[in-house]
Design a protein around this ligand. Sequence first.
Ligand SMILES: C[S@@+](CC[C@H](N)C(=O)[O-])C[C@H]1O[C@@H](n2cnc3c(N)ncnc32)[C@H](O)[C@@H]1O
Length: 195
Amino acid sequence: MHGLYEIVSWSLAGIVLLLLLLIVYASVRNGISPMPTSRPVRRMVMREIGRLPNRGHIVEAGSGFGTLALNLTRRFPLCKVTGVENSLIPLLSSRLLASANRMPRSRLSFRRGDLFAYEYENADLVVCYLHPAAMRRLGPILRERVADGTRVVSVFFAFDDWEPDTIAVCGDLYRTKVYTYTVRLPLEHPVDIRV
Ligand SMILES: C[S@@+](CC[C@H](N)C(=O)[O-])C[C@H]1O[C@@H](n2cnc3c(N)ncnc32)[C@H](O)[C@@H]1O
């Protein structure tokens, strides 16, 4: 009996260690851990998104454990939310979270993949909480792939060369900033305004 208890304990410890190692490996590769946005920041993100007119399809680039995506789905019942995440354990946890909360896949889904390779064409709004290098890489990708007028909401980090529409400061310990942008694409056939 004692032997069985030891085998079970060691097996559980091994599984937990393996899961942690998987998370650490993905965090090192991505340059960021799957740390979720805190509750006050989530509230601020909801408030900022609530002010935006067109948010039919919200894509969360780097959805971590899925808490923000779940909140978005609940808060905006007419929207569809897609989370994109490449770290396996957070991704599986977010899918479990969605099922446990009985969220239909038509409203909330999580895709395994690289956020830099996601198509974004159908996104009305992109939400992210990444890191400066990821923001520098994501900016031109979004400009290439989204439709004119698409909104972007970024937690904590700004795009270097984009002018934000709004910057909201959260009352949390870090005074976290939430940036809102509108993607404006250059006209394909500029109108000739000479008279
Ligand atoms: C700070 S967490 C934010 C999680 C979630 N958005 C939130 O606010 O609660 C950043 C997430 O982005 C994910 N991530 C970073 N780079 C990624 C990439 N290239 N492709 C997919 N996910 C990525 C990380 O794995 C992590 O879960």
